[in-house]
Design a protein around this ligand. Structure first.
Ligand code: SF4
Length: 277
C-alpha cells in the first residue's frame, strides 16, 4: 500500500507557538494553568500535564501562578479579571485570531451589523463575539441568516478554521440583501492550505485517514472535505483506532492531519498503516 501524506499536514504555527509558551512558563517553576485545553488533542494535553501544565475549566479554579490563554483567544474581560486576581497572564492567542478580534472591533465601532461565520459555541467565536461587543450574529450556513437583518450595512468576520466555500456561500446570500458589505476573510492560511491539500489528496487515493483530536474542529472539517470526494475517509486520534478492514483492496492511502495534530502522532499512524501491508 502506498502511503501519501498531504502537502500541508499537522500542527500549525499558532498551536506550536502556544505549546512553546506554555512549556516555557512551566520551566520557570511557577504553577501553570491553561484556560481550557491548550490544544484540541487529548494526547498532547496529557504530555503537557506531565510537564506541569494543568487545565483549568474556568478562572475561578486558578488562584495563583501563570495563566496561559490558548491560541483560540478569549473575551478580553477574562484577561483583565485574571490580571486583577494577580495572575501572570501569558497570552498565546494566535496572531491570526487577533486579526479577527481587531476586524470585529472595527466593524462594531463603524456601526455595521457584524456577522461571524463560525460555530456559536466555539471558544474562538466567543472571543470574536466579545470583540464585536456581544451583538454579532453567528451563522454556520447561509440558511442560518435571520429573515430580517438588524441593518443593511453588514460586516463579516470568519472563524479562522472555516472553509472558503462556506464564506462564499454566506457572502452570496447577503449581497442581494444589503446596501453595503464588508468582508474580512480571517480564514487562516494554515487551515486553507491543509484543507486544499487534503482535498487534492482525497481525490487521488483509495482511502484517506485524517489524524487529529475527535474534539478538534479543524480536523473534523478536514474529514468532511475529504469525504466529499472520497467516501472511504476515516478519522483517528491515534494508530490504535485503525481498522485493517478499511484498507481492503486499497493500493493507496492518503494521510492528512489537522492543525492541532502533533507530528509524532501523525508519524505513529503512518507507521502503523505501513506495517499493515
Ligand atoms: S489554525 Fe491558524 S489561526 Fe488557528 S492557531 Fe493555527 S495558525 Fe493560528
Amino acid at each position: 500500500m502506498r502511503v501519501e501524506v498531504a502537502q500541508y499536514a499537522g500542527v500549525c504555527y499558532g498551536v506550536e507557538r502556544a505549546l512553546k509558551l506554555a512549556e516555557e512558563a512551566a520551566e520557570s517553576g511557577t504553577t501553570v494553568h491553561t484556560l481550557g485545553p491548550l490544544i484540541h488533542n487529548p494526547q498532547a494535553v496529557e504530555a503537557l500535564r506531565a510537564k506541569g501544565v494543568e487545565v483549568a475549566t474556568c478562572l475561578d479554579e486558578v488562584d495563583a501562578g501563570t495563566l496561559v490563554i490558548r491560541s483560540h483567544g478569549v473575551d478580553p474581560a477574562i484577561i483583565e479579571t485574571a490580571r486583577e486576581k494577580g495572575l501572570d497572564v501569558v497570552d498565546a492567542t494566535c496572531p491570526h485570531v487577533s486579526k479577527a478580534h481587531v476586524a470585529a472591533g472595527e466593524l462594531r465601532d463603524a456601526g455595521y451589523t457584524v456577522v461571524i461565520v463560525g460555530e456559536a459555541d466555539h471558544p474562538e467565536v466567543e472571543g470574536i463575539m466579545a470583540h464585536a461587543g456581544g451583538q454579532a450574529l453567528v451563522v454556520e450556513s447561509a440558511e442560518e441568516l435571520p429573515e430580517r437583518l438588524p441593518s443593511r450595512r453588514v460586516g463579516i468576520v470568519v472563524q479562522t478554521t472555516q472553509s472558503e466555500s462556506l464564506l462564499a456561500e454566506v457572502v452570496a446570500a447577503l449581497v442581494p440583501r444589503v446596501t453595503e458589505l464588508r468582508v474580512y476573510n480571517t480564514i487562516c492560511s494554515a487551515t486553507a492550505k491543509r484543507q486544499r491539500s487534503a482535498a487534492e489528496l482525497a481525490e487521488s487515493v483509495d482511502v484517506v485517514v485524517v489524524v487529529g483530536g475527535h474534539n478538534s474542529g479543524n480536523t473534523t472539517r478536514l474529514v468532511e472535505i475529504c469525504r466529499e470526494s472520497n467516501p472511504r475517509t476515516y478519522h483517528v486520534e491515534t494508530a490504535d483506532e485503525l481498522d485493517s478492514s478499511w484498507f481492503a483492496g486499497a493500493s493507496s492511502v492518503g494521510v492528512a492531519a489537522g492543525a492541532s495534530t502533533p507530528e509524532q502522532q501523525m508519524r505513529g499512524v503512518i507507521q502503523a498503516i505501513e506495517a499493515m501491508e
